[in-house]
Write a protein of this length. Structure first.
Ligand SMILES: O=C(O)C(=O)C[C@H](O)[C@H](O)COP(=O)(O)O
Length: 206
């Protein structure tokens, strides 16, 4: 069994919400990161869904107080690219043995996605015990997480997918949920800095 990855717990407890970010235009990256950090959300997940995502990771990593990771990491080539860009942690919507082995071997903190008992068991076998519960609402919501968390008392979860400012407190009340992920704090388009800072402040207070 591989040693558990150090560090992901610290990242998951920096704030109650990890913004899930889709950067469509590189000019949006820095003001968005500044607004989120100013509002009290330092830990930022930049998804590899857009052409400028790697450049966005580089640019946002230079924002004071930002702790930037890469999301939607699906394979080893992407792992290498995001590490080169300065990503400090990795999030994936799922968990495969090959990706898990590569990320654990690299030593970077890792939050793999799980939605079933079998996937949690695969992660535990690899020495992982912190997971993204994805897609959280579509997989059955909080009742599903409660049922899954029952037999896996050693596991912690960051539910992500369909979570909003009004549903986040319910998820966060679960003892195995140190944080949730969500895109609601980082809407697409040219960042409205005042609005995003206010949403981040509210999220940080949850
Ligand atoms: O892109 C990824 O890497 C993902 O795994 C999925 C995202 O985390 C969720 O799609 C965010 O969900 P919403 O907050 O409902 O927008």
């Amino acid at each position: 069994m591989t040693k558990p990855v150090d560090g992901i717990r610290t990242i998951m407890t920096m704030a109650p919400v990890i913004p899930v970010i889709v950067v469509e235009e590189i000019a949006h990256a820095v003001p968005l990161a500044q607004a989120l950090v100013a509002g009290g959300l330092p830990c930022l997940e930049v998804t590899l869904r857009t052409a400028c995502a790697i450049d966005a990771i580089k640019a946002m990593s230079r924002v004071e107080g930002a702790f930037v990771g890469a999301g939607t990491v699906l394979n080893e080539a992407q792992l290498a690219a995001v590490q080169e860009a300065g990503a400090r942690f990795i999030v994936s919507p799922g968990l495969t043995p090959s990706l898990g082995k590569a990320i654990i071997g690299s030593g970077i903190p890792f939050l793999p996605g799980v939605a079933t008992a079998t996937e949690i068991m695969l992660g535990l076998d690899m020495g992982l015990d912190h997971f993204k519960f994805f897609p959280a609402e579509a997989s059955g919501g909080l009742p599903a997480l409660k049922a899954l968390a029952g037999p896996f008392t050693q596991a912690s979860f960051c539910p992500t997918g369909g979570i909003t400012a009004s549903t986040a407190p319910g998820w966060l009340s679960h003892p195995q949920v140190p944080c949730v992920g969500g895109s609601w704090v980082a809407p697409a388009g040219l960042p409205d800095v005042a609005r995003i800072t206010a949403m981040a402040q509210h999220a940080a207070s949850l």
